[in-house]
Design a protein around this ligand. Structure first.
Ligand code: FES
Ligand code: FE2
Length: 423
């Protein structure tokens, strides 16, 4: 249980908030690279940490991320003309380049120097892993570009997708680092008790703090002295890494991979979720068929989206199309799509969960640890220090893993080099 003040400090990300300042110390993905498919193509609206922005790919192919409104009389730049290395406001023709500099001001005499004083806010961008990233912190203080293992994987072995969730980022993140719920919420066959995650519904959690956040092991005793071991990574401030090497029954999974999510705050009440996955070695490329089946399992088939959006067709407005018959006889929730099940719970808590009324138990230790690190980051940033996980060297060598092992072997030994990046 935490106080109302702590909850607000953890959750609120709007300009001027403590956690907003934390996020502004990191590179954050804000769109799929394909959303800005070609130079001089249509701009897109972006909302990040409660700020309205517009992104465009200029003539050179570089991506600009600027404030949504023109500095002249605040016309929306989304309708702007993307031309000759800049975005031109269609109200009176002022033009801005991707650094936010006003490069043409046709309503003033050619001799005017007014142009030098009317630049707009612009944030540095970076492109990698099929994503567009932004740094919104103090100018000139951006950390080196991100270097998660998945950013170094060849395109044949890597995939990424995007979903938008209607709740605060922390509800999503806390779901991602809560291994225990997968024994319940994601039980897709209640008639079969022989699932690794069902055999032990109270996993033991062991957390090791690191310079990027923490690594944690979940240990489920599955009988005959054996243990189902999953090692997760939490990379500050918003990323989960987990393994998908074996299926619910201990067989090799249909798409052996390491996957994860990044929860990027759109504002205090909405979150963009980037879902990535990669094959752990040369021998595990990801085929279109595998990826399509994987996304379908998670509830992200093309047909699962409201056309033209990243929001799901199964949503709070229709109770996620819960099927009570299915719930009675087959799956724990009666809701289709593993991540749709997550959204039903996370969005259903309300836009910001009232954590003053919760009762965390022994399986919630990783969730509490993440909160601790986020609050620590807020303190560090307020004191002018860099928070954990901004330095790529701290996390570039790690990955998530899982295995079935024996109870008598220490888990660190059992996982061994499994948690070391090889790409
Ligand atoms: S409002 Fe943009 S040019 Fe006038
Ligand atoms: Fe989940």
């Amino acid at each position: 249980m935490i106080t109302k003040e702590e909850n607000e400090r953890l959750c609120l990300v709007h300009p001027g908030s403590a956690m907003g300042e934390v996020f502004r110390r990191y590179w954050m993905p804000f769109a799929l690279a394909g959303e800005l498919a070609e130079p001089d193509g249509p701009p897109i609206r972006v909302r990040l940490l409660g700020e309205d922005l517009v992104a465009f790919r200029d003539t050179s192919g570089a991506v600009g991320l600027v404030e949504a409104y023109c500095s002249h009389r605040r016309a929306p730049l989304f309708y702007g003309r993307n031309e000759e290395c800049g975005l031109r406001c269609v109200y009176h023709g002022w033009k801005f380049d991707r650094a936010g500099t006003c490069v043409d001001l046709p309503t003033e005499p050619p001799t005017s120097r007014f142009r030098e004083h009317v630049g707009i806010t612009a944030y540095p961008t970076w492109e990698g892993g099929g994503l567009l990233w932004a740094y919104m912190g103090p100018p000139g203080s951006e950390p080196p570009p991100p270097d998660y293992e998945w950013l170094r994987v060849p395109p044949t072995h890597f995939r990424v997708s995007k979903t938008v969730e209607a709740c605060n980022f922390l509800q999503g993140l806390e779901g991602g680092i809560d291994t225990a719920h997968s024994s319940y919420l994601h039980n897709l066959d209640i008639t079969n008790p022989n699932q690794l995650r069902v055999l032990d519904g109270h996993p033991k959690l062991e957390i090791e703090y690191t310079d990027y956040g923490y690594s944690y092991a979940s240990l489920r005793r599955i009988g005959e002295g054996r243990v189902y071991l999953r090692v997760y990574q939490f990379v500050m401030p918003f990323q989960q890494m987990r393994a998908g090497l074996i299926d619910f029954y201990g067989n090799p999974s249909a798409m052996p991979s390491i996957g994860g999510h990044i929860w990027v705050p759109i504002d205090d009440y909405n979150t963009a979720v980037f879902n990535w996955a990669y094959g752990p070695d040369e021998g595990s490329p990801i085929t279109d068929e595998q990826w399509d089946a994987y996304e379908e399992k998670f509830g992200r088939s093309p047909a699962d989206f409201i056309p033209g959006t990243y929001r799901l067709r199964r949503n709070a407005g229709n109770d996620y199309l819960i099927d009570r018959e299915l719930q009675k006889y087959k799956t724990f929730t009666g809701i289709e799509g593993i991540n749709t099940q997550d959204y039903a719970i996370q969005e259903g808590m309300g836009a910001i969960c009232d954590r003053t009324r919760e009762h965390p138990g022994t399986t919630d230790r990783a969730v509490l640890a993440a909160r601790r690190l986020l609050l620590e980051a807020a303190e560090r940033v307020a004191a002018g220090q860099p928070p954990r996980g901004t330095e790529p060297a701290s996390y570039r060598g790690v990955r998530a893993s899982e295995t079935v092992t024996e109870e008598r072997i220490p888990w660190q030994e059992a996982i061994g080099a499994g948690v070391k990046a090889t790409w």
